[in-house]
Unconditional design. Sequence first.
Length: 136
Amino acid sequence: MEIRRATTPAEVAAVEHLFDNPVRPEWAERFLTAEGHHLLPAYADGAVAGFVSGVETVHPDKGTEMFLYEPAVAEPFRRRGIGRALVERLAAPARERGCHGMWVGVDAGNDVALAAYRSAGGKGDGTCTVVSWDFT
């Protein structure tokens, strides 16, 4: 398996089937060129196996931490350690860039995601409630 940072909208489009919605090239370009944004596709057996994205967040009283924004592993590649490897690979640039930690929101019942995060060294700190606003 190979995990490398995406640098072009075409590389992002190659993992589109793992996103919730179609990739828009102008948004992919903006994501890739924004400071502190990371998208790391994983390749195995000649195919896209998954990806993880992360965004560095900075706060005046907390410093910089990595928000593990979205991970995905294609169905045929699940339960092979790819999720763990993606999380660990995202932690590397977080450390290199001086982040004091990394975090992700996950539903308490998402056992597959929780297992991947825990196997990569993450620790739960309770349940998660997500509150969102839709501005569309």
